[in-house]
Design a protein around this ligand. Structure first.
Ligand SMILES: [Zn+2]
Length: 408
């Protein structure tokens, strides 16, 4: 392989800038690309011509709204340049979505998760991925990337789930789900990491910069946390620390991970159920608690039942203490709360504030802003697209421009 010269690298970076501006704003005219990227007009002309020749972007015309002016020429991603599949794994189901290169959702279906070990789980995903391609009659080879998300701990570089609530520490390698006929890259991310990334991107889009760093806290059967921080290079830094299994109370309640005293063992749905019914704290936690069960406890709490109120209060306090540790380590940042547990925010709020108020960082700098964002599934999907397309765009620029250079 030939080493890339620095001018080529700059050119690829500028091409990536143009593509990401088109992703963020949709169809753009030449001058709008210039405004969004800060690149010189001549540079943009040359990049858009190249990207068009490589069939990565396409031109369309928009009639002038007033008078008989010349139509505006708009650039956008070429839809059939390639495809992306997202696989969103929840505690009881798996959702598959097919998206074209311009970001249009083409197909979506959800399957129950099924029983069995990791081999059966991967075989079911493998079969479903083939179905995704067949239903839309696309060639498997044209799928550029499969983006998977799950609760639990993802390997930092490989698409391997290192620990999950269902399979424990039995690793799940998603690359094994794509064998014959696939050329797609496979990535795996923690679900709340994607949520944090999506929230940061929304800040940039709607508030022209917005918060430079934020945390996403997901409440449900398990407790997830993501941190997203804007970076000078433009690609945000996002991470998902193991917040749910951070120690809240030494020798405390039994957690699904097998340890004692984790945040989740006080704030997860099963923990709220356990506390409300005064079940011993060393009882093996239920794998899955229907939201309807927690709704019943919430109703009792709102009617004044003391044990039910305390269950939510303790859950809130565990979250508040956890957040205060996060802020002590990472500095102040706003917290966006999401997931099915947000429907109990009225019952959790006092505990969360109580847990936060006692720390030095909050006493010095004040309470962090807590914002409820109820629609978690939209955030997860947005997070998938943001991350996946930034990878796909980089790959596609590299490979097509190399091909072009070789052909010339
Ligand atoms: Zn745990």
């Amino acid at each position: 392989m030939l080493a890339k010269s620095s001018t080529e690298l700059v050119r690829q970076q500028n091409s990536a800038l143009v593509l990401s501006a088109l992703r963020r704003h949709g169809r753009l005219a030449h001058t709008e690309i210039s405004d969004a990227t800060g690149l010189a007009s001549a540079t943009i002309s040359s990049i858009t011509a190249d990207l068009e020749r490589a069939r990565i972007i396409e031109k369309s015309e928009q009639q002038a709204t007033v008078g008989r002016g010349r139509p505006r020429v708009l650039f956008s991603q070429r839809r059939n340049c390639g495809y992306l599949i997202t696989v969103i794994i929840s505690s009881d189901s798996i959702q598959y979505s097919l998206v074209d290169y311009a970001g249009t959702l083409l197909d979506r279906f959800t399957e129950p998760r099924g029983e069995g070990g990791t081999a059966a789980f991967l075989a079911a995903i493998s079969a479903a991925l083939i179905r995704v391609a067949e239903r839309s009659r696309i060639d498997r080879g044209s799928v550029l990337l499969v983006s998977v998300s799950s609760k639990g701990l993802a390997h930092p570089t490989e698409p391997v789930l290192v620990w999950s609530p269902v399979f424990g520490s039995q690793p799940v390698d998603f690359a094994a789900a794509l064998k014959d006929g696939w050329q797609a890259k496979v990535i795996l991310n923690n679900e709340t990491l994607l949520v944090a990334g999506a929230l940061l991107e929304r800040e940039v889009k709607t508030r022209g910069g917005g918060e430079p760093v934020l945390a996403a806290l997901s409440l449900g059967h398990s407790i997830g946390l993501g941190i997203a921080r804007r970076a000078p290079a433009g690609v945000p830094e996002i991470s998902a620390p193991n917040f749910g299994h951070m120690l809240h109370m030494p020798n405390g309640g039994l957690c699904r991970c097998g340890a004692r005293g984790c945040v989740e063992a006080y704030a997860g749905f099963y923990a709220i159920l356990r506390a409300a019914f005064e079940v011993p704290m060393d009882t093996i936690p239920a794998k899955f608690v229907p939201v309807a069960e927690i709704d019943k406890i919430a109703t009792r709490a709102r009617q004044g039942n003391r044990m039910a109120q305390l269950a939510f209060r303790h859950a809130g306090a565990a979250l508040g203490f956890g957040l205060s540790r996060l802020l002590s380590l990472h500095g102040p940042m706003p917290v966006f709360i999401t997931g099915p547990g947000t429907r109990y925010q009225d019952l959790l709020q006092a505990g969360i504030e109580e847990g936060l108020a006692q720390t030095h960082v909050v006493r010095l700098g004040g309470m962090p802003t807590l914002t409820i964002v109820a629609d978690e599934p939209s955030l997860v999907f947005e997070g998938h697209l943001n991350l996946a397309f930034s990878i796909v765009d980089q790959d596609i620029i590299g490979s097509r421009q190399n091909m072009q250079a070789a052909g010339e």
